[in-house]
Design a protein around this ligand. Structure first.
Ligand code: ZN
Length: 408
């Protein structure tokens, strides 16, 4: 151990080497090559799903401007990880409906807007691809918003338009439960996919230039969306069902349908979505994801930041004790590579689920992102293709959706 450190010090890699030395006691880490770092820094790196607003709203001790020991995202660690843009998720649990869900959604939107207002040197509110590019040019992090769960529109297209005006750029049609107009992947089918009003929601999203997010919805809802939409759609945070047979993941057929639509699958880093062994073992232990989160939420008294961090802590301790199979970060790259093989390199990107899920070992937070670039480079991906996966593809889809809006 000491010799390896000494060699790295002598070769001039001291700064990169010493955090590795610290981590080496518990787990072997990967050194990111200079070339990978360069590619990563040059690229506009975009993540389409982070649940950090839960911390902004509920966690009184959380300051996004300082380095935190807990959670996955803050400004210093986004800087370390070279993240240029994040879609902050406006998420309200789907058992909350009506005015209370709307109020909570508005509070979350306000928390993101306030984080931007109080950190003007680091964050910039972004609603278009051009905004993201401008933020990157000014060395600021673009803060975008996506809304996770159609129940927050309270069956009202007017409310959807209000959210759009406040800066929300995508709508995930459902969360864990069905709503009045769309079936969820993790609930019993009630509508056979999308209802007539659900199709109106998709058309209104198209008209508003908002992206339709197909993560979380039932397979039938997914295909109904593709028949209805006139713009590219995305799965903002889903992985491959061929690798981990989770209903939240996309089948190969769905990935091909997304590619045909010009849309995207953005790979989710959640341990249960990455690894079949982990998924099976954790469901055996704690029930399905809906039951597990509901139990934890009750324990945390409805503080959803606590719900998410406690679930991760418990699962990581179980991995360390050998009670759950260990899931490591390189599974993320396996999912990216599979999606590229099935859908094509123009249709894949990053949708971490940071601050919303249990991360794999080695991807403890957003600062670890350059490892993905390094792994893709080692796999033989060209700089151009890596650039697309890191952010180029979502920028393209944003531009297409924005253009279709002005054409209407
Ligand atoms: Zn989600």
């Amino acid at each position: 151990m000491f010799t390896a450190r000494l060699i790295r010090l002598i070769t001039g890699a001291a700064i990169a080497a010493w955090p590795i030395f610290m981590l080496a006691q518990s787990l072997p880490d990967v050194q990111v090559s200079a070339q990978a770092r360069q590619i990563h820094e040059r690229a506009i790196v975009i993540d389409t799903h982070g649940d950090t607003p839960q911390r902004l709203l509920f966690d009184k001790n959380f300051n996004i401007g300082t380095r935190n020991k807990l959670g996955h995202v803050d400004i210093p660690r986004m800087r370390d990880g070279g993240l240029d843009a994040l879609f902050f998720s406006i998420w309200v649990p789907s058992d909350a409906t009506g005015p209370p869900a709307v109020k909570r959604a508005l509070d979350l939107i306000d928390s993101v807007r306030e984080a931007v207002r109080t950190h003007p040197n680091d964050l910039m509110l972004a609603t278009t691809a051009a905004d993201v590019r401008r933020a990157a040019a000014e060395h600021k992090i673009a803060a975008l918003m996506g809304m996770e769960g159609g129940h927050m529109i309270d069956d009202d297209l007017g409310l959807l338009r209000v959210y759009a005006a406040l800066g929300v750029r995508y709508l995930t049609l459902t969360h864990f439960l069905n709503n009045n107009w769309a079936d969820s992947a993790t609930d019993k089918p009630a509508h056979n996919g999308l209802t007539a009003f659900g199709k109106d929601v998709v058309r209104e999203l198209n008209r508003l230039g908002m992206i339709v997010d197909v993560s979380h919805i039932a397979d039938k809802t997914f295909y109904d969306v593709l028949e209805t939409t006139t713009a590219p759609v995305m799965a903002s945070h889903s992985s491959s069902r061929a690798i981990s047979n989770h209903v939240r993941n996309m089948t190969d057929d769905m990935m091909r349908a997304l590619a045909k639509n010009g849309g995207l699958i953005m790979i989710n880093y959640a341990a249960a979505f990455l690894s079949e062994e982990f998924r099976v073992a954790s469901e055996k232990k704690g029930g399905n994801i809906v039951a597990m989160m509901a139990a934890m939420s009750k324990k945390c008294g409805g503080n959803e930041a606590c719900t998410i961090m406690e679930s991760e802590r418990i699962q990581h301790e179980a991995m360390a004790r050998g009670e759950l199979p260990k899931v490591t970060w390189d599974k993320i790259v396996e999912h990216i590579d599979h999606a590229v093989k099935v859908a094509g390199v123009d249709h894949v990107g990053l949708g971490s689920d940071f601050d919303g899920a249990t991360m794999p070992i080695g991807m403890e937070d957003v600062s670890k992102l350059p490892k993905i670039t390094d792994a893709l480079l080692k796999k033989g991906y060209s700089e151009q293709d890596i650039d697309k996966i890191l952010g180029g593809n979502i920028l393209r889809v944003m531009e297409q959706v924005e253009k279709l809006k002005s054409a209407r």
